[in-house]
Design a protein around this ligand. Structure first.
Ligand code: LRH
Ligand code: MN
Ligand code: MN
Length: 430
C-alpha cells in the first residue's frame, strides 16, 4: 500500500473541475502539432517517462549568509523532507528521485530509510558528499581545503567521508556519488595552483578506487565561492581533465549556477557529451552568481537550449547517454514545495519542447547555412506552450492538473506547522 500524503480524493475532485478546459486546450494543441507532423501522444509519453530528482536540502527554506527566514512547518530532518518530497511527486509526477546530502541526512539505519522512501513511491538518487563544512567533533578542519588540502590527515578525512557516502548510497539503492569541494584560495599566492590540483587528483583517485563497478562519480565544478580567488575544480576544463584522469566511471556534473555570467552553458553540454563525460546536472537559475534561483525563473531560454543539446546528444549518443538530472535550488522566500513543483514543471517543459524541434529541418538548415531557418526552427519549438501536455501527463498518472491550487487547498503546510518542530533563526547553510 502506497503512503499518500495528500488525499487522492482531493486531487481527483480538483482535477474533475479542470478537466473540460484541459481537454479543450489539449485538443487544440494536438491539432496544431499535427500540422507540424508531430503526434501529441508521443510527446506526452516521453514526458511521462522523464524525471528529475529533487535535493533533500531544497525541501527546507534555504538562506543567505545574512539570514534565513524559517517557514512554519518546514521539514527539519530527512524523514520530514521525504514526506515533503512525496507531496511534490504526488502532485507533479515528475520527481520520484531524492538526492541526499551527507552528513546533513545522517540516520542510524539506511535500509529503513530506503524503505521509508519506497513507501512513498520514491527512491534515492545521487549521493552528495560534504567536505565544504566542518561538523561538530570532526578532528580535522576544512578551513584551507579538503581533498586538495596540504595536510595529509585532512585529505584522509575527506577521502574517508566520500567512501562512507558510497557505502551509505549502496544501502539507499543509489549508484552515483556527486563530489563538490569548496577547495580553493582567497588570495593570490595562497597556494600553488598546480600542486593543489595534483593533491586533489591523488585524493579523488582513492575515492574513485572505492566505487562499485556500476557506479558513477560526478565531479561538480564551480568558479568561485566559498573560495573567492580560485577554485580547485573551477570550470568544465578542470573538471574534464580530472574526470579523464580518474577513469571511465568518472564524469562531469554541470550546475547551471556555477559559471561566469554569460557563459555559453549549452555549448559546454555539447562539448562534455562529445568527450563522453556528461555525467549530470544541477538545475537552478542565476542572475549574478550561484544564486540558486528557481530553474528557468530568470533565463528559461537558456534552459531550453541546454535541453536542445541534450536532445541532440540523445539522438547521437556516441559512446552512451545517461545523464543524471537533479534540481539544486535554495528557496529563501517561497514554500519549497511550490518552488520545486514550479521548477520541475519548467524543466520538464524545456525537455518536452526540445523534442518538438524538427531536427531534420534543423540539420538541413545548418548544413546549407540557412541561418534564419535554423534559428526559426528552434524558436518555433521554444514558443510552443506545452502546458496542456504536461498537465495531461500529470493527471493521467494521478497528479494534479493545477498543482498550485490543489497544493494550497490541501493545507499541507498549515497542518505541518502544527505538527513539526519550529526552526530557529540564523544564517543559511548554502
Ligand atoms: C555548491 C552546491 C553543491 C552542493 C550544494 C549544496 O554550491 O551547488 O552542489 O552540494 O550546492
Ligand atoms: Mn550544485
Ligand atoms: Mn551551487
Amino acid at each position: 500500500m502506497q503512503n499518500t500524503v495528500i488525499s487522492p480524493d482531493l486531487i481527483e475532485q480538483d482535477n474533475a473541475a479542470r478537466l473540460d478546459a484541459l481537454e479543450e486546450d489539449y485538443a487544440a494543441l494536438s491539432r496544431a502539432l499535427e500540422r507540424r507532423g508531430i503526434a501529441i501522444g508521443q510527446v506526452k509519453e516521453r514526458a511521462k517517462d522523464w524525471s528529475v530528482a529533487v535535493p533533500s536540502w531544497g525541501a527546507g527554506r534555504g538562506g543567505t549568509r545574512f539570514a534565513k527566514f524559517p517557514l512554519a512547518g518546514e521539514p527539519t530532518n530527512i524523514h520530514e523532507k521525504l514526506e515533503d518530497c512525496a507531496v511534490i511527486h504526488q502532485l507533479g509526477r515528475t520527481t520520484p528521485g531524492v538526492s541526499p546530502h551527507f552528513p546533513w541526512d545522517r540516520v542510524e539505519d539506511y535500509s529503513a530509510l530506503r524503505e521509508e522512501a519506497e513507501s512513498y513511491g520514491l527512491h534515492f538518487d545521487a549521493v552528495n558528499s560534504n567536505t565544504f563544512q566542518d561538523q561538530q567533533d570532526q578532528p580535522q578542519s576544512y578551513a584551507t581545503g579538503s581533498l586538495s588540502s596540504t595536510l595529509e590527515p585532512t585529505r584522509r578525512q575527506a577521502i574517508e567521508h566520500n567512501v562512507e557516502c558510497i557505502e551509505i548510497g549502496r544501502h539507499l539503492g543509489s549508484d552515483r556519488l556527486t563530489v563538490w569541494v569548496g577547495d580553493g584560495t582567497n588570495f593570490p599566492g595562497q597556494q600553488d595552483m598546480g600542486r593543489s590540483f595534483d593533491r586533489y587528483l591523488d585524493a579523488a583517485a582513492e575515492v574513485y578506487a572505492a566505487l562499485p563497478a556500476d557506479w558513477t562519480m560526478m565531479l561538480e565544478h564551480k568558479m568561485f565561492e566559498p573560495a573567492f580567488y580560485s577554485s580547485v575544480i573551477s570550470d568544465w576544463g578542470s573538471s574534464l581533465m580530472a574526470a579523464q584522469e580518474l577513469g571511465e566511471q568518472c564524469k562531469c556534473l554541470v550546475d547551471l549556477g556555477h559559471h561566469a555570467p554569460n557563459v555559453n552553458i549549452e555549448q559546454i553540454v555539447a562539448r562534455l557529451h562529445r568527450a563522453g563525460k556528461l555525467g549530470g546536472f544541477h538545475f537552478n537559475d542565476s542572475k549574478y552568481g550561484d544564486d540558486d534561483l528557481d530553474s528557468g525563473s530568470i533565463n528559461p531560454h537558456q534552459l531550453f537550449l541546454v535541453f536542445n543539446e541534450l536532445a541532440e546528444a540523445e539522438t547521437a549518443p556516441r559512446g552512451g547517454f545517461d545523464p543524471a538530472y537533479m534540481i539544486d535550488q535554495s528557496h529563501n522566500v517561497t514554500d519549497p514545495i511550490e518552488s520545486m513543483l514550479s521548477s520541475a514543471e519548467t524543466i520538464a517543459g524545456c525537455h518536452a519542447r526540445a523534442w518538438l524541434v524538427d531536427r531534420e529541418a534543423l540539420h538541413a538548415a545548418q548544413e546549407s547555412n540557412d541561418v534564419m531557418l535554423a534559428f526559426r526552427t528552434l524558436r518555433q519549438a521554444y514558443e510552443t506552450d506545452v502546458g496542456p501536455i504536461l498537465a495531461m501527463a500529470r493527471m493521467e498518472q494521478g497528479g494534479a492538473i493545477d498543482w498550485l491550487g490543489t497544493y494550497r487547498a490541501s493545507q499541507h503546510r498549515e497542518r505541518k506547522a502544527q505538527e513539526r518542530r519550529a526552526v530557529g533563526l540564523g544564517a543559511g547553510i548554502v
